[in-house]
Design a protein around this ligand. Structure first.
Ligand code: BGC
Length: 285
């Protein structure tokens, strides 16, 4: 577990629901404020949320540039510092990262090890730079605030699941994201994105943005439908949530067989899940 994970400060623990008869009659605190960052393959997005999940500033966004090592001149930490400078200060930081993250440490960064973006050639020097990079500690140092990092689909899922039964979240964007919840608790992350799907290609290869642009929405939709059937056969989920920038392109008839077991959700969940990273008992963090 990284330092950042262990260091849940008092700010994160401020009780907001404890009534004190002698306390002066002041408005209940809406703190801690959370700086929520969504690291995407095409954009780096952030906002600041109060305890109720209300955005205290308009979401800011800058493009994700390639190559993007973790640190240095063109590095992610520097880019994020620029982004954050446009927002009010917060008490803690939550980050969704597109890859495998455990205890704040990056175990895989499929987009950022490439020379010029998702699908392009992998650069061994970038693989080396990202290998076990402690993103939570690096951002905690950069911001001076306690920081938690999780997979981006996991963070998105935290914002949308209902908390009942086995819920699967898929995100359709630059890559293919998944997150699994049991009665609202986040389960350990699985990189389904990189497992074989069909024709010798992975879910990511077949369903990512690059593939969608190549084959068009109709064929891409047929693939989404097949993937959902596969995942239902694997998880027997009680409910499926579909998010990410391309969720709006999914044809409703692809979901018809699921009846009321499927919901398409708003892409802003990537930011809103940032608060939930600090609440609940999640096995997957
Ligand atoms: C990554 C996942 C990520 C997904 C969505 C995939 O390429 O492997 O970890 O959740 O993209 O960003």
């Amino acid at each position: 577990m990284s330092n950042a994970r262990r260091d849940v400060t008092a700010a994160a623990m401020v009780p907001t629901d404890v009534a004190d008869a002698d306390a002066p009659d002041v408005a209940p605190t809406d703190r801690p404020h959370t700086l929520a960052i969504d690291i995407g393959g095409t954009g780096l997005k952030a906002s600041v949320l109060n305890l109720a999940g209300v955005m205290l500033a308009d979401r800011v966004r800058i493009p994700t540039t390639y190559p993007m090592p973790p640190t240095g001149d063109k590095g992610m930490i520097g880019r994020l510092e620029k982004l954050i400078a446009r927002l009010p200060s917060a008490d803690r930081v939550s980050v969704g990262f597109p890859g495998m993250v455990r205890g704040g440490v990056v175990l895989s960064a499929p987009h950022f090890v490439t020379k010029s973006g998702p699908g392009s050639e992998v650069d061994p020097a970038l693989s080396e730079a990202w290998h076990r990079f402690d993103l939570a500690s690096a951002l905690q140092e950069a911001t001076g605030k306690p920081t938690r990092v999780a997979n981006d689909a996991d963070v998105q899922g935290l914002a949308v699941v209902s908390g009942v039964g086995l819920e699967l979240v898929i995100t359709l964007g630059t890559g293919f994201g998944t997150a699994l919840f049991m009665d609202g608790a986040l389960m350990p992350h699985l990189e389904i994105a990189h497992q074989p799907f069909r024709k010798g290609e992975t879910y990511n290869d077949q369903l990512g943005e690059r593939a969608r642009k190549e084959i068009g929405d109709d064929r891409w939709n047929r693939r989404v439908g097949r993937a959902i059937v596969n995942l239902d056969g694997l998880f027997f989920f009680d409910h499926l949530f579909i998010g990410g920038g391309n969720a709006r392109r999914v044809h409703r008839d692809r979901l018809a067989t699921l009846g009321d077991r499927a919901t398409v959700v708003d892409n802003r969940a990537g930011i809103l899940g940032g608060i939930k990273l600090w609440q609940g008992n999640h096995l997957g963090l």
